[in-house]
Design a protein around this ligand. Sequence first.
Ligand SMILES: [Zn+2]
Length: 291
Amino acid sequence: MSDRLYEKLSWQVGDVSIHRLVEVVLCAPIDSLFPDRSAAELSAYESWLKPNYLDADGNMHISIHAFLINAGGMKMIVDTCAGNGKNLPLYDEWKNLNTPFLENMTELGFGPDAIDRVMCTHLHFDHVGWNTHKVNDKWVPSFPNARYLFNKTEWEFWKDADDPYESNALEHALQPIFDADLVELVEANHQVCDEISLIPTPGHTPGHASVLIQSKGEEAVITGDMFHHPLQFAEPGWIDAADVESDRAERTRIEFMQRFGNTDSTVLGTHFATPTAGKIVSDGDGYKFES
Ligand SMILES: [Zn+2]
């Protein structure tokens, strides 16, 4: 996979700086996320999907990355990726990872001890993995000085639900944070600080939230998995196999595009490969992603 998919990217939104830290990039056939769909159905959108988001054979690039945010000295990580040494489902590329994720954070000026807030857009295993890491065979919090913000509705759902992916995320990456008393259960519209707030975007999961950054008249929004891939700007109704509630997820995608489409807001895709950021703009009856 090319270096470009792993390059360091950062953005400035008013006074807030945002960095992307990639853990791993997957190369995934369309039907691994969208059952019974194929690359041939995307031919009308190839001009803006290729080569960044689809490879020459029509496979999706799915980037697993975190966003590191510095807002007035408060340091945050949004979504903590998959983590090392786990036998994760669906794709080979993220099985038993061994990446220097925490060291890479330090290099970017976000040493684990300096993190003030951990935000998880939702509690799927590829968004909570580095909440903890293994020390002497025990999963311990990676960010011991942080408050971990988990959405209340999301936690209520997952604490008793069967994990459809058998990832053991509850045991590895969530329960140890509760045990260490570092969790703050928040509403989906929680205000984190002056510049940063959550906005409810339910459907992918019941308590899914996106992250809105506003500073000095500028605005950016981190999608979470409301959109897994930019193709969903054109096809918001395609059933995404990972969505817990398909109809609600589709409605949320459409409402989101109506709110942020054709505005100056920068959209940062949680699984969008390089260049990751862009604007939602009208395209015929629908929308496209302009990077
Ligand atoms: Zn995800």
